[in-house]
Design a protein around this ligand. Sequence first.
Ligand SMILES: C[S@@+](CC[C@H](N)C(=O)[O-])C[C@H]1O[C@@H](n2cnc3c(N)ncnc32)[C@H](O)[C@@H]1O
Length: 392
Amino acid sequence: MTPAARVQAAIEILDVYLAGKPAEQALTGWARLSRFAGSKDRAAVRDHVFDALRAQRSLAALGGAATGRGLMLGACRRDGVDPATIFTGEGHAPVPLAAEELAAGHLPAEGAEALDIPDWLWPDFSASLGEEADAAARTLQGRAPVHLRVNLAKTDRAAAIEALAADGVVCEPHPGSETALDVTEGARRIRNSAAYLEGRVELQDAASQALVEALPLTDGMRVLDYCAGGGGKTLAMGARGKLELFAYDAAPNRMRDLPERAARAGLAVEILDGDGVARRAPFDLVLCDVPCSGSGAWRRAPEGKWRLTPEMLDDLAATQADILDLAAGLLAPGGVLAYATCSLLTRENGDQISGFLARHPGWRCVWRRSWSVAAGTDGFFSAHLTRDAKAS
Ligand SMILES: C[S@@+](CC[C@H](N)C(=O)[O-])C[C@H]1O[C@@H](n2cnc3c(N)ncnc32)[C@H](O)[C@@H]1O
């Protein structure tokens, strides 16, 4: 495919997304009908689509329309590419721009539009991040780094770097965590590398790893990952010591790959349903990596930024509080309730902790930390809560 044909494919996919289909499904639908597209074409089209989604609002302003063509025209204008070289109408290129399209478009207004944050969220976003708000929003307009977690139960960082390099994946240690690698070249080869296939490394953001590194885990502990999802943090916890590991998720289907991933990592994880959680309680540590806005990870999942509504945020906040209240009842005396989000919003972070402490006298927060996207990781928040011995 020519560069212009790739842009035309992105335009078509973006139109399907803008009509309401999730971007991944729109991409898969296009790929199915486009057997002629090679792997480089597919990767380039995907990059166009996700680059446009991260900056959907500002590109629509620059391109004069919230359509596939408007977004890709906005991208040309933003990147200093002459649109006439792409919108040529030759072969599979986008048809030439009409006079109205050429005349449309404006510089995005300073603030939420230029920074690609929904208007309704901007007050919350800027209050949560203070002086860092603009820089964080700008970071979220760009691509996310690719990080790996070295499974210390199987190898060490230096050996993992060497093994990955042999398969064309170039990495360097990431300062955010002792297990983290920053992939600087060859990210698309990771899934076929021997180190990945043999469970010596896993894909995981460095802040996720640091959050698990901070958990007070010691051998023999009974640990429940209460919102386990795909189990990224379950496995990271398992690599930290000889734990009795349990995983639960309200959507059990999300844990479907966990047994295979655990086996690859050399770990045993008992998957529980709701009754199983009650039966196997109490636990020494319960990690609640709760459902959230995902605002700290909007570089990876930019659709979340545009699909989030005030009502969804209200529902998420209520669920987060419910999960904390329920998980508190699953702990053994002296146990630790660990809360985590990949959110940048105070409402989902510090406010949840103060709300919990207000509802549960006798509990205190013994540790908390935020990770900013400016530090080259996803944005995360985590806090550890425990109950005073007298109150147990
Ligand atoms: C942020 S994701 C977890 C990601 C996962 N810990 C990881 O590291 O890959 C949040 C998870 O919480 C689950 N969830 C949502 N509501 C829940 C609830 N009320 N109780 C338990 N899990 C819930 C979702 O299905 C989702 O998988």
